[in-house]
Ligand binder design. Sequence first.
Ligand code: F6R
Length: 244
Amino acid sequence: MFKKIICKNYEEVSLEAFKVMKEVLETEKAPVLGLATGSTPVGLYKNMIKDHKETGRSYKDILTFNLDEYVGLPKTHAQSYWTFMHENLFNYLDCPEENIHVPSGEGEDPEKNAREYEAELAKHTVSVQVLGIGSDGHIAFNEPGTPFESVTHVAELTEQTISDNARFFEGDKTQVPTKAVTMGLASIMRAKKIILIATGANKADAVYGMLRGEKTIECPASILQDHADVTVILDEAAAAKVAE
Ligand code: F6R
């Protein structure tokens, strides 16, 4: 079931997302947070950092599981998702490093990394999963055509996602890794609660497909139609096709 919130601007979107996160932090003693990278959740993470600084809330008992990581980048690479999460959130909280899980894209056998990550994830129930959405309807790196039953696996990035992400690699598409270790759609669906955030006109079609389109693997986010508790937080541009 979707609860849809349409906001005026990114600041408001980030505050609404934090309200849902805050409720989880306040109701669970040791919440398990599913986290995403990309531009969209940065404002939410800023609110979490502010919350920690200003209210003194401790994040030491949280466990975190990130959605994905590029294959072939060392975790300390400037564009790895491990680095992104540390620079945008973890370095500013009191969450111990051993509580943080980001899939590994390192080493000879990324499929094995994916299997091990899924096994660790399956020991827990994610309290709240934060998601962005790709302009092609992907969630995590589950691109169109990914089976709904998929668990953590190695995925090929599409041309569109490589182009979208080139902005993080000095605009150079050839620098963007072509594969990622990603939670699968079934892994994501196990979360108790989901916050999906989308902003900008380039997300409007994907948002329409997720909320109003046919449930099909051609729009991976449409699987969320089957989830019991999804809060979709949009700015006006991303909500353009689902406003009424
Ligand atoms: C990130 C992820 C991706 C992004 C999506 C939107 O961990 O899994 O699915 O959420 O590509 O990215 P942004 O927020 O940069 O538009």
